[in-house]
Design a protein around this ligand. Structure first.
Ligand code: AMP
Ligand code: MG
Length: 304
């Protein structure tokens, strides 16, 4: 049986990281903007246009999610990765703003604790997977286990020397584990949508400066972001390897240009919506007998 990947509308396919291709992030423009909107950008109408677009996205996503929840056949797993300040939180806020909070769960994965490090690296993520009918959002994910720990080997869990990262093929092994894990999930009714929010180093500087220039944004600032910025190039390499090894037909990566927040937010919302629409779900159909019972209940209530 062939395992299908998510349905993506044609105009959104430009963001797909083609499977089995060596990804070079330099070839992906972080500041990409759809042409029509670009034309309108200097215009006063741009803001209105943008608000209209975001609102339309929200409504379409809300209808799609209602159908997902009612039919309870599939679950959606959204994986968000990106450098610090790439806009993961804002994207989640935007996607969430349109949907019923009861049908969605967000998990933010931080530095693993002792219990988590005492298990295999997929353990903590598996526990957080969405059930059928639900949308699960991973703000960072098991991909950190081939990113941050690759750049900082000292943050890795302790593994016996015979199977640890000092062995040849260790990271390829992790990519294979991830691909197998995702294939298992897809085969069992999870639609996986993975987004890399692609931002430039200059844009990160602007966003960090912005956080340091407004009192109400101080809370968003973290000194570790400045420290991690020094490792920018190493992270880009780790991301390129990871994207090249784990973008598959059944669970593709989307490389989303994210220097313009609204571009990233609308792209993510539209890809999620189109993936749900592509499942061709239907509201549950009731038997004649059941409909008769429902009508009896209605009449009884009306007679009260
Ligand atoms: P934030 O998302 O800004 O709240 O930061 C979370 C921090 O946790 C980041 O510095 C991540 O690199 C770190 N982190 C997340 N997952 C892992 C992991 N599996 N191993 C090590 N560090 C992690
Ligand atoms: Mg952070």
């Amino acid at each position: 049986m062939e395992i299908n990947g998510p349905y993506v509308k044609k105009y959104l396919r430009r963001f797909v990281a083609e499977p089995k291709r060596k990804i070079r992030l330099k070839n992906y423009d972080t500041a990409w903007v759809p042409r029509e909107e670009l034309k309108a950008q200097n215009d006063d109408a741009a803001r209105v246009l943008l608000q209209g677009l975001l609102e339309k996205d929200r409504q379409e996503l809300a209808s799609a999610q209602d159908l997902l929840a009612a039919s309870r056949q599939y679950s959606i797993l959204i994986v968000l990765q990106g450098m610090d300040t790439s806009g993961k939180d804002g994207t989640i806020r935007h996607v969430m703003s349109g949907i019923n909070p009861q049908g969605c769960a967000v998990y933010s994965f931080k530095v693993p604790g002792a219990e988590e490090h005492a298990h295999d690296f997929l353990w903590r993520y598996e526990k957080a997977l969405p059930e059928r009918g639900m949308i699960g959002i991973f703000n960072r994910s098991y991909y950190e286990d081939v990113l941050v720990v690759r750049v900082h080997p000292d943050r890795m869990e302790d593994l016996p020397p015979a199977i640890g990262p000092e062995n040849d093929g260790f990271w390829e092994g992790r990519y294979k584990d991830i691909n197998a894990f995702e294939k298992h999930l897809v085969r069992n009714g999870t639609v996986i949508l993975k987004f890399f929010l692609h931002t430039s180093r200059d844009e990160q500087k602007r966003r960090l400066l912005d956080r340091l220039s407004h009192k109400e944004k101080y809370w968003k600032f973290s000194f570790t972001d400045i420290a991690e910025r020094e490792y920018w190039d190493q992270y880009q390499v780790a991301y390129e390897e990871m994207l090249s090894a784990t973008s598959t037909a059944y669970a593709p990566w989307f490389i989303v240009p994210a220097d313009h927040k609204w571009v990233a937010r609308t792209a993510v919302a539209e890809i999620v919506t189109s993936a749900i629409e592509g499942l061709h779900l239907a509201y549950p159909v009731f038997s004649d007998e059941r409909v008769r019972e429902l009508n009896q209940a209605k009449q009884a209530l009306e007679r009260e």
